[in-house]
Structure formats: C-alpha cells, structure tokens
Design a protein around this ligand. Sequence first.
Ligand code: FNR
Length: 191
Amino acid sequence: MGHRVGYFIGSLSSTSINRILATALIRLAPDDLEFFEIQIRDLPLYSQDYDDAYPPEAVVLKEAIDSADAVLFVTPEYNRSIPGGLKNAIDWASRPWGQNSFDHIPAAVIGASVGQIGTAVAQQSLRGVLSFCNARQMTAPEAYIRFTPEHYEKDGTVSDPGTEAFLRAFMTEFHDHIERVLTVLPRETDG
Ligand code: FNR
C-alpha cells in the first residue's frame, strides 16, 4: 500500500537549495511514496488569540497534515536554528491545545546548507520541537547536506553517484520507518 508524504520546505527563497534537494529526494524515493507540499508562506504569525477561530490558511495547513501519512522537513539553517516561517507553521499545526496535528505522525528531517555543518544545528533544534510535538521521528540516518550546486539539476537529477546513493538510501530508510510506525500507530486519514 502506498503512503502520502507531506513535505515542508523551510525556505521561502525563490532560489532555495532546499527546494532543489526536496525535488531530488522525491525523485529518488521508493515508488509507493506519493508527495505533496505543505505550504507555509501565507500563514499569519501565530497567536493564541486565533485558537477559537483559525484563519483559512491555518485550517488548510492542519487539514493537509491530517491527510498525510507522514511528514518530511527539508530546511535551511538560519542563525543556527530553523527559519522563523517554519517554526511559525509548526506552532500553528501544534494548536489549538489538544488538537496537535503532529501527534504520532511519522516524520523525517533533512536540510542543505552552503556551510560545512550542513544544517546540523538547525536539525537538532527542529528535532527538539518535533519531539515535544510527539512526532515519531526517524532518528537515523541523519543527513546534513553541504550543497554543491554542480551535483544537482533543477529537475532533481543528482549527477554525483555518491550523493545520489546517500539520498536514495535516506528515502528508503524513511519509507521503512513510515511502515513501521504506521503498523503500530495507523493514521486516520480516510475520515
Ligand atoms: C543563513 N545561512 C546559514 N547557513 C548555515 O549553515 N548556518 C546558519 O546559521 C546560517 N544562517 C543564515 C541566516 C540567514 C538569515 C540566511 C538568509 C542564511 C546561509 C544558508 O545556508 C544559505 O542562504 C542557503 O542557501 C539557505 O537555504 P535556501 O533558502 O537556499 O534553501
């Protein structure tokens, strides 16, 4: 049986290297994973004042996560953490209290940076947030990608064989992680 994976791109940049990485990951993923982007760009800044009446953008966000079997975060590192726009989206999805959209959801984290540590610090920060949100994270393999533009085409083709094999293995492991989690924690995505 196939699974629907909602993916978050932490960057709003029109030239995002993380968007290119996501395109590559989707190309290299096992065939029975189907992907759709969960948009974060148009969300207002979260406040508890909205908890009684979420705006349409936030309702769409929560419905998108609810319809997914798993979520994948592909994010840059901003100032040794995740971009504020991504944190804002997670805050929306985690609320109102008692309606946390990430509860028990299979999740994976990956990111690309132009720097040597390849978003490692941002990913650790994100893992802490997702842990509190009770997402079922894939703990290994970790993937801290130092982005080398010459190895990626815009359509997601990866020309470097070592990088391609690593990313393919990451997505295969994520597929297996999703299946394991859903075996004990099935998603109610039909209703
Ligand atoms: C960065 N960048 C960056 N890189 C890094 O490795 N660690 C960091 O802490 C930061 N901090 C940071 C802050 C801000 C505000 C910006 C705009 C950039 C550089 C970052 O890796 C680079 O801009 C990437 O291209 C961002 O990813 P996207 O947007 O291209 O996907």
